[in-house]
Design a protein around this ligand. Structure first.
Ligand code: SF4
Length: 532
């Protein structure tokens, strides 16, 4: 048995490697990126498995599903909003089932450290009616990943591991075990993989029928633990995932703890939940994300004869992350003494583009080109360029989800907004901007799409882009944008006037135009020159 210091994401990745992984796929997104970064590093060194970035999460999911159908073990990882993109195959994979072990790792970002919304992926697992593990610490992230592959093969289902930012991005020691060898190729077409209605109906029935078995598995799971304090009936705590640690932290030096049920799997271990509830008068539910467990217990009418507290009762915050302090308050414990910094003040560091970033030059030219044009709509996408919202740029009006800028600019143009401009990065365009451009080109919509080609996925650490350079230009032409309205500019101060002129010409063109602003991300250029 070895011990390694690992990020939570790395513990999942190493667990997958040791479980006999054949292939892993992902699209970059905080806080999940480090899973694939780690797999790529180890995969390149050992050549024992495939690990690669995909064009988007849906593609990644389908690639992994193909590996599973071939009888081999596969992992797909993504951030929470990535599962929205992959939701279509995710929901159907619940019906097709898995062949080789198939793991869906989703990292949620409560408090939105690096995301446009808060989501709780446990609901997706519940929605698809599959099994889900929620690790409380790094060791569990490793152990659960290994076990999840076995369970996936035993039950022929995809299995989810739900991570959260604090676990994904913190480090701790993890004891590892001997690796499992990869599966042999074991492919043979099955009726259940072809979801025609005649087969899908049969499969959906199986999804429903297997639920009691999943509850039994949850009941027997070594990761769900019930500790009863027979001397204290006043309070019982149900805590899941990282919130379990926050509860324990508050009882670190205490002579006695309340009864605690640690929940680590979904569906819920119903008998354990019932047992805890039967033993106490008040039940506190501490869970990171939405009040999934609490809502399940509360139902429409609450828990007869019991007091149920948590997020819905206002004892814990509904929005944002939990912390040891917020959990302490809910436990009605005396606040800990605080150390203060006196008059010392930290200087605020508002997010901003790097000094000299090519996007800043593009925004400067765009703002100039739009001067005097009434109320232009500038629909942005998700990337470093979203920081164009802040001063001094004040250049964009929206940021909704990956690829949304193009379709929104089309819709706004059709509603009468002029100029209607979309701004998207090269990788985000590949992720989900191509199909809306296909639509805008087909209708020759009066809009301008600006693709900021900085040759990388800059915001998440410089992963490779699938739609950059010459390939990007071919895609734009291929979806039907007239060649004369595909313009390439270089966002540098010395070309400012020229760029403004090109932008004005295309804004005036009464149809679809695409302007590609090509200049490498400075961070990537720096990294390359260091490596050289
Ligand atoms: S990382 Fe690159 S793209 Fe992002 S702000 Fe810095 S220079 Fe610009």
């Amino acid at each position: 048995m070895d011990k390694e210091i690992l990020l939570g994401d790395e513990a999942v990745a190493l667990g997958a490697v040791h479980a006999g992984l054949t292939a892993g796929y992902s699209y970059p997104g905080t806080p999940a990126s480090e899973i694939m970064e780690y797999l790529i590093k180890v995969g390149q060194k050992t050549k024992a498995f495939i690990a690669s970035w995909s064009v988007n999460e849906k593609t990644a999911f389908e690639e992994a599903l193909g590996v599973s159908f071939a009888g081999k073990r596969a992992l797909v990882s993504m951030k929470h909003v990535g599962l929205n993109v992959a939701a279509d195959p995710f929901m159907s994979a619940s019906l097709t089932g898995a062949n080789g072990g198939f793991l869906v790792v989703v990292a949620d970002d409560p408090s939105m450290h690096s995301s446009q919304n808060e989501q709780d992926s446990r609901f997706y697992a519940q929605f698809a009616q599959i099994f889900c593990y929620e690790p409380a610490d790094h060791q569990e992230a490793y152990d659960m990943t290994r076990e999840a592959f076995d369970l996936s093969e035993k039950m022929n289902i995809p299995v989810m591991i739900r991570m959260v930012t604090r676990l994904s991005h913190s480090r701790a020691g993890v004891e590892t075990r001997d690796p499992h060898p990869p599966n042999e190729l074991h492919y043979g077409a099955r009726q259940c993989w072809t979801l025609l209605p005649v087969n899908a109906r049969v499969q959906f029935k199986k999804v429903l029928d297997r639920q009691p078995e999943l509850v039994k598995l949850a009941e027997a799971s070594r990761f769900n633990k019930l500790e009863i304090n027979p001397d204290d009936k006043s309070l019982g705590v149900i805590a899941s995932g990282i919130a379990y640690n926050y509860v324990l932290e508050n009882f670190k030096n205490a002579a006695k703890k309340p009864s605690i049920l640690k929940v680590s799997t979904y569906p819920l271990p119903e008998e354990l939940v019932k047992e805890l509830i039967a033993r106490v008068e008040t039940v506190l539910v501490a869970e990171e994300g939405y009040p999934l467990i609490e809502r399940s217990l509360k139902g429409l009418f609450g828990l007869p004869g019991k007091r149920l507290i948590g997020k819905l009762s206002g004892h814990l915050p509904l929005a944002g992350e939990l912390s040891p302090e917020t959990v302490r308050q809910a436990l009605a414990l005396k606040p800990l003494e605080r150390q203060t910094l006196g008059d010392f003040k930290l200087t605020g560091r508002p997010p901003q583009l790097c000094v000299g970033c090519p996007h800043a030059d593009t925004f400067k030219a765009l703002n100039k080109a739009l001067e005097g044009s009434g109320k232009p709509g500038v629909f942005s996408d998700i990337g470093c360029y979203t920081l164009g919202y802040f001063p001094p740029h004040n250049a964009i009006n929206t940021c909704v989800c990956m690829g949304a800028s193009v379709g929104m600019a089309k819709g706004a143009a059709e509603a009468g907004v002029h100029p209607s401009v979309a701004v998207i990065g090269d990788s985000t365009f590949g992720h989900s901007g191509i199909t809306p451009l296909l639509s805008a080109a087909a209708f020759n919509t009066n809009m301008v799409l600006i693709i900021l080609d900085n040759c990388t996925v800059a915001m998440t650490g410089g992963q490779p882009s699938f739609s950059t350079g010459a390939r990007l230009l071919k895609i734009i032409e291929g979806v039907g944008v007239p060649k004369e309205h595909i313009r390439v500019i270089t966002p540098l101060p010395k070309f400012h006037e020229q760029n403004v002129q090109i932008l004005r010409e295309e804004i005036e063109h009464p149809g679809i135009s695409v302007i590609v602003a090509v200049r490498e991300c400075l961070e990537e250029a720096r990294k390359k020159s260091k490596r050289a």
